[in-house]
Design a protein around this ligand. Structure first.
Ligand code: ADP
Ligand code: MG
Length: 244
């Protein structure tokens, strides 16, 4: 229990009367890599967004790095500082350069001095292999480059946990690999990762556990070999037949 990065129990979420997440139980240990898959509309994004309170849950508990997610704003702030998020549509600030995108939160939230924030930003841009784009605006970059900037931006806050919501779904096929490669390296470096994706090759290679969601429920979770080769539930089998 002590090593849990994320612990979700008996969690329910509603949008109005719509019961979108049903009795969710999920534990992610420190250093674990979890892939969430499931049909469109099954609740993957909503679950991920609940973990840093972009959405509010109504029942059950979510504990992130020992802090309970409740109405206490200081708890929410603490969790958001430690949890990085990468979205399907990059969500970079279009009117800021790449470098400014990377230094904004460290300077504002962590009060890092500019020179130090810029030095760190350049180091992360090296890691995602686009230091030469530091002075460009997001609109001047390809989708794959923008998503790598988004990953570098999250890393600049030195998060303990990274959440990814279909980070390659909006990319042209030839750009998917450059983003997955950066994510693979992050996983090898020991980052705790929770990633919704349809990239089943990535899941097989990188995930410690694959979580399958359908209709707001976690139907099944297992290590990738077991998940792909011996899925237990009909809904999992039906999903895998469609996408593999
Ligand atoms: P996934 O990421 O697996 O495709 P989502 O979490 O985006 O699924 O959505 C789960 C369900 O919740 C869908 O039926 C979706 O239409 C609905 N939903 C998502 N966001 C909202 C919202 N803000 N208000 C109402 N319904 C929503
Ligand atoms: Mg989604």
């Amino acid at each position: 229990m002590a090593d849990a990065a994320i612990r979700i129990s008996s969690m329910d979420k509603y949008f109005g009367n719509f019961h979108v997440l049903k009795n969710i139980g999920l534990q992610v240990d420190k250093g674990e890599r979890i892939v969430i898959c499931g049909p469109s509309g099954s609740g993957k994004s909503t679950l991920i967004r609940c973990i840093n309170r972009l959405e509010e849950h109504q029942r059950g508990t979510i504990n992130v790095l020992g802090t309970q997610l409740d109405d206490d704003l200081s708890h929410i702030d603490r969790i958001r500082r430690e949890v990085g998020m990468v979205f399907q549509h990059f969500n970079l600030f279009p009117h800021l350069t790449v470098l400014e995108n990377l230094t904004l939160a460290p300077m504002l939230v962590r009060k890092t001095p500019r020179a130090e924030a810029e030095e760190k930003a350049m180091a992360y841009l090296e890691r995602v292999r686009i230091p030469e784009k530091a002075g460009d605006y997001p609109g001047e970059l390809s989708g794959g480059q923008q998503q790598r900037v988004a990953i570098a931006r999250a890393l600049c806050m030195e998060p303990e946990v990274m959440l990814f919501d279909e980070p390659t779904s909006a990319l042209d096929p030839e750009m998917i690999n450059e983003v997955l490669e950066v994510m693979r390296e992050l996983a090898e470096g020991g980052m705790t990762m929770l990633c919704a994706t349809h990239e089943m090759g990535f899941a097989r290679q990188v995930a410690d556990r694959v979580v399958f969601m359908s209709d707001g429920e976690i139907v099944e979770q297992a290590p990738p070999a077991e998940f792909f080769d011996a899925p237990k539930h009909d809904r999992t089998r039906a999903f895998l037949e469609k996408i593999l």
